[in-house]
Design a protein around this ligand. Sequence first.
Ligand SMILES: *Cc1c(COP(=O)(O)O)cnc(C)c1O
Length: 379
Amino acid sequence: MTKFDTKLIHFGSEVDAATGASSVPIYQASTFHHHDIYNPPEYDYSRSGNPTRQALEEYITLLEGGARGFAFSSGMSAISTAFMLFSAGDHLIVTEDVYGGTYRLLTQILSRMNIETTFVDMTDLSAVKAALRPNTKGVFMETPSNPTLKITDIAAVAAWASQHQLISMVDNTFMTPYYQRPIELGVDIVLHSATKFLGGHSDVLAGLAVARTEELGNQLKYLQNGLGTVLGAQESWLLMRGMKTLGARMERSETSARKLADWLQGRSDIPAVYYPGLASHPGREIQEKQSTGYGAVVSFDVGSQERAKQVLSRVKLPLVAVSLGAVESILSYPAMMSHASMPAEVRSERGITDGLLRFSVGLEDIEDLIEDLGQALEG
Ligand SMILES: *Cc1c(COP(=O)(O)O)cnc(C)c1O
């Protein structure tokens, strides 16, 4: 069992050991009977351990190639729990175009606990190095970043972080372990909003974290249990169901995303297209070094807010919504959705213009998606 596609199907708990059932049972129980009071049972209370959640945790550990993995009630729950590894007085270095929820957590909540953050352009290693302080304890990357898909050199940042005894973390939501496995590149903790590609069906909210070492894994376990940020048994099952088709979904969506990016770039009425698979993308070389694909998210600028709104109201196939990574295509408008709370000036500095749209390519026929987007653009 060496190839990734095989691991997706044969991950250890694909057959129930007790009954031979073809999927992990949903252990809908909060507590477990102590048959022998002198020998506590393996599972004791579902916050501390639940067999369905455990199966999922072992599944993601295997896929990311780490020592221990954990499932949380959302992506933000996974990320906030991981940040609890740090203490008052610590300093973190974080990608400047980090997910909005992570930005809010750092600037509005952890800042109150005296955990300080410097946001840097992670694509520039010298900027990362310049942010180091005596109290720096961690580096948090997100690559490709959202929504302009900038690429960070994961191995370079992780190696530098390790030299300075910093904990390195990657939010791997956009690539998933199907295309990118940060632990193999030297990263300490991989985080996911499993709500997106891993779940894949816009029907479950979940987060995952995988630690490279047993020691960090034990610390995360302590925090997950102590904070109570666990994923429920039903959601754990639903997420595993979605993950089994990750490879098939990613591959199809990515093939379509490449076609969409090429088609958009060939149009004279689209001022900018962001996709790491395009020859013109500045991060393409690094992307190809550290990942086996380019992902299924394409961002593009239609020129103005008026035109963006026209497209959003005229498209017939994609869901017009926040989120991404589902069987159905999802079209988002960062300026008014995910990045609405960012000052307009900061937004435009980061390329998040009023004409920018983000297309998460689903499993529809790409010709239909292109035809639909074409009519919406032509208006
Ligand atoms: C959605 C998302 C999150 C947050 O995950 P939730 O499941 O919504 O809590 C974090 N990081 C990235 C990159 C995301 O896209």
